[in-house]
Design a protein around this ligand. Structure first.
Ligand code: HEC
Length: 277
């Protein structure tokens, strides 16, 4: 059985257990219905919360264990990483953008966008209703969920905090940055998700999670392809070791195992927390 099927099986198990729990812990009158008739649906808000957690784990893994440790080991990360003559990998914000481009090409209809009111890249500037909601988000420092009539989509915005000095330093020193006084823990932007559906079945929810995960893994895989074609820099050895151990990069399988591990733990801990009283 492939690792992918093991992951999907794992997810199915989590959801089956979860639904069985909901069924047996449900009030009397619900228990009177036969088990097969109970179809649990998830609100768009629940989907967004789950995806935000999964994205958070994946992005943190990439930011800390690949970019953070990688830089110390001598790897480079650059906004122009895709150019032929640049021997570098994608910055975290670009990793997310590539992921969202792949999600767009998938069969599920899911928007993912990292925006800001003072963006380095003009394409990342919030407009219209999202811009208004972002101001509210900065005040509350908590997620915003709303329906956007213009796009007919349910939207969720999650704060993106300057959680490390590297965020502040890089943005403040960037030539194109319209703001040069970012401070640690400022809300620098918002990860913004959108879908047109109001509610989802368990199968659909799982499909969204898989599409997100596979897109992120494909981006990691294209980074490794880039590394293998480095022109001037030494090519790091790609296998089961991580940059924290030296000039290494985990192969797709090793990286996938870590992502799966983090995601499953998140699904187990956080979904149960959001759903159960
Ligand atoms: C080494 C430089 C660097 C570091 C470190 C960095 N960023 Fe960025 N960030 C960029 C660049 C360059 C862009 C623009 C990418 C693009 O073209 O879309 C960007 C984009 C963003 C955006 C989208 C809005 C915009 O400015 O275009 C947000 C939000 C953001 N970064 C937040 C963060 C946070 C939070 C951290 C730390 C956890 C961080 N960044 C770390 C360079 C950096």
């Amino acid at each position: 059985m492939s690792r992918k099927s093991i992951f999907i099986l794992g997810l199915i198990l989590v959801f089956v257990t979860f639904n069985v729990y909901l069924f047996y812990s449900a009030p009397e009158d619900v228990n009177n219905t036969r088990a097969e008739e109970v179809e649990y649906t998830y609100s768009s808000q629940e989907l967004f919360t789950i995806l935000a957690g999964v994205n958070d784990k994946t992005r943190t893994l990439y930011t800390k264990s690949i970019v953070g440790s990688g830089k110390k080991a001598g790897l480079k990360f650059d906004e122009n990483w895709e150019l032929d003559n640049v021997d570098a990998g994608p910055l975290p914000a670009l990793f997310l953008r590539e992921t969202s481009l792949l999600i767009e090409k998938s069969p599920v209809e899911l928007g993912l966008y990292l925006g800001s009111d003072f963006p380095i890249s003009k394409a990342n500037k919030f407009e219209g209703l999202q811009s208004k909601k972002f101001q509210q988000l900065k005040k509350d420092e908590s997620p915003q969920f709303f329906f956007d009539k213009a796009s007919k989509r349910n939207v969720a915005m999650f704060p993106d905090f300057a959680s490390a000095n590297a965020c502040v330093q890089c943005h403040n020193n960037h030539k194109q940055s319209p703001k040069i006084d970012w401070e640690l823990m400022d809300v620098m932007g918002a990860t913004t998700w959108s879908i047109s559906a109001d509610s989802l079945t368990t199968d659909q929810l799982m499909e969204y999670i898989s599409v997100y995960k596979n897109s992120a893994l494909d981006v990691y895989s294209s980074y490794l392809d880039k590394v293998k074609g480095f022109k001037e820099s030494e090519i790091p050895s790609i296998g089961d070791r991580w940059p924290s151990e030296g000039y290494f990069l985990p192969n797709v399988m090793t990286f996938t195992d870590s992502v799966d591990n983090l995601i499953s733990k998140h699904l187990l801990n956080d979904i149960f927390k959001t759903r159960l009283p």
